[in-house]
Design a protein around this ligand. Structure first.
Ligand SMILES: [Ca+2]
Ligand SMILES: [Ca+2]
Ligand SMILES: [Ca+2]
Ligand SMILES: [Ca+2]
Length: 449
């Protein structure tokens, strides 16, 4: 019977649902005040500011003394509202008049954000369940504490179960206490985890007493870490721009700022990842300062960037032209790389049969590299390109630089010049023979006697 009456309260609560959704859009931001000395205040929903009317749904603020608590739930505004024994028809002697009642039949989480960092919280609770088979224990209610609403990992938790009612009370009631020791928290989540088919899904809280944490004694600077992103080539060189991300954590008071510098003298406040486009070796110095003013000693990360391939110039061949079938051809080139240096140079040639042959070039002296193309028969067309890779792994070919391949032809077996010489020789010989015949005939003619 009592439970039925409780359910009758809900339609009236639903009427305020829409308004409450609108209110919940106005985000209340805790100011995270640190008290000069610890003090204790209580929230009992009866005496705080503003006055909470019966039936009021979350979210709402309650201020008690210097501390403001903001009550909300991921389940939405219908999940919790202000009620008392006069509206629920329960009898709960551990509670003062008004309490915060979980009136949704789901498993609902109550979140309480506080304006101050705390290190202790105590509250009264009742779990809405009825004693069934003997040996059943009342359900455990749990509290999980977080540094603030951005924290994903709790600093700790506690659980407690009430005792079965006696003396006319209707539901199990108890008290839960959580003390965080030297740690601090400003957000708690209260819920009833599933504990079997007979476990409670609804609860009430009241008389929430909190103790603020004292001033923070923080003498440890934050710790900053870096992460680099870019295309990593060979031997630790990046072959692209490098983007640097910094992140920092602090043990107690929190990170106030992170800074970076390229000279360890002029500092810039870090707000977002930034790119370094300068080739060569770059040092990025970094440090962070916490809210207590502790500054981390500067650290540095060093990295190498080479985005430019080597330059290949002065390609020469010996002999320069008129290659004979017995000639090997020496190829000399000059290769330079101002940033990471030249790793290797190769000669790639073909005699036109479709197969390319690669020869490593030898570093003769300075920037001069050399390789030899073997001799080929009369009339062979030889095509070649030079390839160079720098120590970072950037490669380039002469064809990419200049837009063409180098080529030469071994002399044909009967070059035009030789044929011409032969023809001239034969013509000379013919003239000579003709002259000889003419001379002989004349002599005959001139000497008739
Ligand atoms: Ca109360
Ligand atoms: Ca519930
Ligand atoms: Ca610190
Ligand atoms: Ca280079």
């Amino acid at each position: 019977m009592e439970r039925k009456k409780t359910l009758a309260v809900r339609p009236a609560l639903a009427a305020t649902f829409f308004l409450a959704v609108l209110i919940s859009i106005v985000v209340w931001t805790p100011t995270f005040v640190r008290a000069a000395a610890p003090f204790t205040v209580s929230f009992d929903f009866d005496n705080g500011t503003p006055v909470l009317t019966m039936g009021k749904s979350i979210p709402f603020n309650q201020t008690s003394g210097e501390v403001t608590a903001y009550f909300s739930s991921p389940s939405g505004p219908a999940a919790f509202s202000i009620q008392s024994d006069s509206t629920t028809f329960y009898k709960l002697s551990q509670f003062s008049d008004k309490y915060l009642y979980d009136n949704s039949p789901l498993r609902d989480t109550l979140e309480i954000k506080l304006s101050h960092y705390l290190n202790n919280i105590t509250f009264s609770f009742a779990t809405i369940q009825y004693r069934g088979a003997s040996g059943d224990e009342p359900s455990n209610i749990t509290l999980t504490a977080y540094v603030d609403s951005t924290a994903t990992t709790p600093i700790g938790s506690a659980k407690a179960r009430g005792t079965w009612p006696s003396g006319g009370d209707t539901h199990p009631q108890g008290t839960l206490n959580f003390n965080s020791g030297s740690q601090q928290f400003s957000l708690v989540k209260i819920e009833l985890p599933y504990q079997g088919p007979r476990s409670a899904v609804d609860f009430l809280v009241d008389n929430i007493t909190v103790t603020t944490a004292g001033p923070i004694v923080d003498s440890t600077p934050p710790v900053t870490t870096t992460s680099l992103s870019g295309t990593l080539g060979n031997q630790g060189w990046y072959t692209s721009d490098v983007t640097i991300s910094l992140s920092a954590t602090d043990d107690m008071s929190g990170v106030n700022k992170t800074e970076y510098s390229f000279d360890n003298a002029t500092w810039t406040v870090y707000t977002a990842p930034f790119a370094v486009t300068t080739e060569g070796t770059t040092a990025v110095y970094y440090r962070s300062t916490d809210n207590a003013g502790n500054m981390e000693a500067s650290n540095a990360v060093y990295f190498n960037v080479d985005t430019t391939p080597s330059n290949i110039t002065d390609v020469s061949q010996i002999p320069a032209d008129n290659m004979q079938p017995e000639d090997t051809v020496k190829i000399n080139v000059t290769v330079t790389d101002a940033v990471s240096g030249v790793e290797w140079v190769a000669l790639n040639y073909t005699n036109g049969n479709g197969t390319w042959i690669t020869r490593n070039m030898t570093n003769l002296e300075g920037n001069v590299w050399n390789a030899t193309i073997p001799s080929f028969p009369y009339g062979t067309n030889v095509t070649y390109v030079i390839i160079a890779e720098d120590n970072a792994g950037n490669t380039i070919t002469t064809e990419q630089i200049y837009g063409y391949k180098y080529e030469y032809q071994v002399v044909p077996e009967f070059p035009a010049a030789s044929i011409l010489s032969l023809v001239m020789l034969m013509v000379t010989l013919a003239i000579f023979i003709a002259n000889r015949k003419l001379t002989k005939h004349s002599n005959t003619k001139l000497n008739p006697f």
